[in-house]
Design a protein around this ligand. Structure first.
Ligand code: GLP
Length: 256
C-alpha cells in the first residue's frame, strides 16, 4: 500500500488525474473503473482539462462505473449516468458504447446484475479502479454488514449512506433505497486500486479501514489485502496517521 498525502485539493485532484493520464498514455485501451460522489468531481475536471490540452485520449478506453441507484430515471440529475455525463463523459472522447454503468431501471434487476457481471468478465481485468470511501466504510455501495458480495448485486443502502447522499437531493426521502453495485470481487480484480479520500470527517474511517482489523463491518478494510493499493488523502483525511515532526519533510509515500 502506498499512501500519498496532499496539502491541498488541487494537488490531490491533479495527482489522481495524472495517474489515469499516465495509464492511458501507456495503455490507450485501458479499462477504467469509475466512482461517483463528491470526491471524484475535481479529478474528472482535471481529466477533462488534460483532454482539452491534448494530453490524453479516451478513444480506445473502456469504463465501468461502480454503481447506479435503482429507480431514478437516467436523466434525473442525480442518477450516476447523469453525473458521469455532466462531470466527465461529455467533455472527453470516450465512445458511448464503452462507457458502462449499471441500469438501475432494468425491469429485471437480477438479470441486469448478471449482464453487468458478464460485461466485466468479458473486459478482463480493470486496469485502474478509482474508489471513494463512504463514512461507514462502504466502497461502491458495498455496505457494512454480516456478509459481503463478490459479484454485482442489488444493495440496500445503509441509513447513513442515504443520509450522507441526501445533500444531493431535494429531500432525504428522495434518496433511492437501493442501488446496483459492483461486488468486491469485481473491484478486487483491478490491477491497481486508487482510493481517494478527502476531509476531516473521513479521518477516522480511512484510518480504521487501512490499519484496523479486516471486517465485513468495514468493507474498505479488505482493501488492505490488495497487492497494488494507492491511497491519496488530503490533510484532513490523513489526520489520524500522525503528524510529521517539525522540520520533517511532508511524507508523500508510505504510512507515516
Ligand atoms: C457514494 C458512492 C460511492 C462513493 C461514496 C462516497 O454513495 N456510491 O462510490 O465513493 O458514497 O461519496 P463522497 O465522495 O460523496 O463522500
Amino acid at each position: 500500500m502506498k499512501i500519498h498525502v496532499f496539502a491541498n485539493e488541487e494537488e490531490l485532484h491533479e495527482a489522481a488525474a495524472q495517474t489515469i493520464v499516465r495509464l492511458l498514455r501507456r495503455k490507450p485501451d485501458a479499462v477504467l473503473g469509475l466512482a461517483t460522489g463528491g470526491t471524484p468531481v475535481g479529478i474528472y475536471a482535471k481529466l477533462a482539462a488534460a483532454f482539452r490540452r491534448g494530453e490524453v485520449s479516451f478513444a480506445r478506453a473502456t469504463t465501468f462505473n461502480l454503481d447506479e441507484y435503482v429507480g431514478l430515471p437516467p436523466d434525473h440529475p442525480e442518477s450516476y449516468r447523469s453525473y458521469m455525463e455532466r462531470h466527465l463523459f461529455r467533455h472527453i472522447d470516450l465512445p458511448q458504447e464503452r462507457a458502462h454503468i449499471p441500469d438501475g431501471n432494468a425491469a429485471d434487476l437480477e438479470r441486469e446484475c448478471e449482464r453487468y457481471e458478464r460485461l466485466l468478465q468479458e473486459a478482463g481485468r480493470i486496469d485502474l479502479m478509482l474508489l471513494g470511501l463512504g463514512h461507514n466504510g462502504h466502497i461502491g455501495f458495498n455496505e457494512p454488514g454480516r456478509q459481503l458480495h463478490s459479484r454485482t448485486h442489488v444493495a440496500v443502502l445503509h441509513p447513513k449512506t442515504r443520509e450522507a447522499n441526501a445533500r444531493f437531493f431535494r429531500s432525504p426521502e428522495e434518496v433511492p433505497a437501493r442501488a446496483v453495485t459492483m461486488g468486491l470481487g469485481g473491484i478486487f480484480k483491478a490491477v491497481t486500486i486508487l482510493l481517494v479520500v478527502k476531509g476531516a470527517d473521513k479521518a477516522d474511517i480511512v484510518h480504521r479501514a487501512l490499519t484496523g482489523p479486516l471486517t465485513t463491518e468495514c468493507p474498505a478494510s479488505l482493501l488492505q489485502l490488495h497487492p497494488d493499493l494507492v491511497v491519496m488523502l488530503d490533510e484532513g483525511a490523513a489526520a489520524r496517521f500522525g503528524r510529521p515532526a517539525p522540520g520533517e519533510a511532508q511524507p508523500v509515500n508510505g504510512l507515516r
